[in-house]
Design a protein. Sequence first.
Length: 264
Amino acid sequence: MPRAPILATFRFFLVVLVFLAFTPIYWVLLKINQPLGFRFGRFYLSTWRKCLGYELIIKGQLSTVKPTLYVANHSSYIDILVLGTFVPARFVSKDDVAKWPIMGWLATNQGTIYISRSRNAIAEGADKLLEFLDKGESLILFPEGTTSDSCRILPFGSSFFDVAVKKNIVVQPITVSYAGWDGLAMPRFMRKLCSWFSPDTSLLPHLWSLVQIGTIQVVVELHEPFNPQDFASRKELAQASFTAVQQGLVNAFASPISQQRLKA
């Protein structure tokens, strides 16, 4: 696989440049007008994504209902840069994300809701989610509970779907597929490279390897939203969401990237 360390160095330089230029503006906006700060934060994430060489192809329409519970597959920290670009919602994440270099700081300032790994995490986490949903704020949830290898979707846990059922919150499944490499179909081995699922791989070395390999096309399919009242239980709602996201992964590789660009 071709490597381009000079390209990677240039991309990291751009990331640092954006960090130095945008952070003071971002900090001030958060202090004087938090909603405006959050919108600028999405622009911040979008700029970082472009600097790192990720092209976004969006298929479908984003739910306009407030609040909406967006549920997506999860294979990498890049998912945050992808979804954070255009989805006006708070992320729900494990609390170790807050410790990530730079990105953890940005995730925290973007209002990420952290769920601990403790025994009572599910009950406490559900209460946190309800608190924000009651305020009319949309959330982005990764129901797999961990990262996958980009080649499959892991089963969705149903616990947090209970908040949608209890409050009758619209649920929109989203598929994030790392489907293209320089405009061609992404080979299977590179899809695994794009994911970050091994505990033996540190964040920065992994990112360094990614930014050397050209431009990656990320296909995001926004599926039709679900009404929780149409399902008998949270498990049925979780399974329907899983099925939609799984089909989205198949769809991302069903046609050439060039065609998907035209249809997006």
